[in-house]
Design a protein around this ligand. Structure first.
Ligand SMILES: [Zn+2]
Length: 407
């Protein structure tokens, strides 16, 4: 075991170099060429340790354009790697190759800013994590004398958009495994995530009737005004229930000032803590739509939905953290965790019944901003943490037995 840990330590400078290379590849969620490049880079890297590597087409998704038309969009392809598919004990490791920085973003180049910090797109979220996953798997395959785990890696290309195109694949793969490991970044101080809110994106499209603002104002039906009322109601939901968040994100509508606007659109995001919240919010949204449709000359449609159910700090996840804490003790540090309002594929895995820890990636911060950074010493630290966890899982008869022995 100490041999494996020493081997991981010796990877520090090559990991650093590789992370800089990966960060230079723009893989914004909408940049399909950049994602194809990142996909190939990852396929080559993971082929070194997998029995098979394949590319999976993501489902397409619908967006509501500014003119109200619903358009079908494509996501980047997913990478799927398999090892020991015949093994009885199976785990699923999940990551994403996309970032929030588009092809035309000003933020393209990584840079080292001090001895232990690099700054760059995706260095924390989550190209650093993809390297930790790979390094832990390599150490496991190289140094474990009797490897029992069949593992599967899924790296999607639409996580930052909500994983709509990869959701079905994630749910399907989750049924093959006992445990899920996801490589989102930990906080800069190493704190990990215990539970997460659920989330969903919606587009509310309101149709009115166009008319000349001066001559026939009374014949028009102003979609902007109607949407404004609906948005008041949506924002008001935050007051009605503490455990939900409804955030109005963007609005569009109208064409010129002397015409009554016949179209207005609001895109918004909802966060929930429980399945009761999900039912509650869905009923509230339905009511808002019914109210608009009841107004003379107006109609409304709601697109989107709640796609990431809340992730509880379940007894299974607590048990996984107990195991992980034993690993971190061996490495001389303590694991802390806390709840968050953010979502990730850990939500989707949990919803599919797979207990998982979802912040096994590097330590870093300011993610989703041009100040994104990661701490270099966490590359080997978190690789070793994952490796030790794989070792522990390898020694168990089954995770279920372990759970029973814990209770
Ligand atoms: Zn992420």
């Amino acid at each position: 075991m100490s041999e494996a840990l020493a081997w991981i330590d010796a990877q520090q400078s090559s990991l650093q170099q590789r992370l800089m290379q990966w960060s230079r590849i723009n893989s914004g969620s909408h940049n399909l060429d950049g994602l194809a490049n990142m996909h190939q880079t990852l396929a080559d890297a993971y082929a070194e340790v997998s029995d098979s590597v394949e590319s999976i087409t993501a489902d397409s998704y619908q967006i509501v354009r500014a003119d109200g038309v619903v358009e079908e969009k494509q996501y980047g392809r997913m990478l799927h790697c398999l090892k020991r598919p015949e093994a009885k004990r199976r785990i699923l490791l999940v990551g994403h190759m996309d970032t929030v920085f588009p092809a035309d973003s000003a933020f393209q180049q990584p840079a080292q800013i001090d001895d232990n910090t690099i700054h760059g797109p995706g260095v924390a979220d989550m190209k650093g994590g993809l390297l930790c996953m790979l390094t832990a798997l390599k150490a496991y395959e190289q140094f474990t004398s009797d490897p029992q785990l069949g593992w599967e890696v899924l790296i999607n290309a639409d996580e930052e958009l909500g994983s709509h195109g990869s959701r079905a694949t994630i749910a399907k793969l989750a049924t093959h495994s006992e445990i899920g490991l996801v490589y989102e970044p930990a906080l800069a101080d190493g704190t990990m995530v215990s539970s997460r809110k659920g989330s969903g994106n919606f587009s509310l499209v309101v149709h009115g009737k166009a008319a000349h603002a001066g001559r026939e104002f009374n014949l028009g039906r102003n979609a902007i005004a109607q949407l404004a009322l609906a948005m008041q109601a949506l924002h008001g939901l935050n007051e009605k229930r503490d455990s939900i968040i409804c955030n109005l994100g963007t609005i569009t509508g109208g064409t010129v000032v002397n015409s009554v606007a016949d179209l207005a659109i609001c895109h918004f995001n909802v966060r929930t803590e429980t399945s009761e919240d999900e039912t509650w919010i869905q009923n509230q949204l339905k009511e808002i739509i019914v109210n608009i449709n009841a107004e003379d000359g107006y109609s409304a449609e709601l697109h989107g939905g709640l796609t990431r159910p809340p992730k509880d700090f379940s007894p299974e996840i607590k048990a996984l953290f107990t195991l992980l804490s034993e690993c971190s003790e061996q490495l001389g540090f303590e694991i802390k965790h806390q709840a968050t309002g953010g979502c990730c594929d850990g939500n989707n895995l949990a919803a599919a019944g797979l207990p998982n820890i979802d912040t096994l990636g590097v330590r870093g911060g300011a993610i989703h901003t041009e100040d994104e950074f990661m701490l270099l010493d966490s590359l080997t630290e978190r690789s070793k943490l994952s490796y030790l966890l794989l070792e522990k899982l390898n020694q168990m008869d089954s995770f279920e037995h372990y759970m029973r022995s814990q209770s």
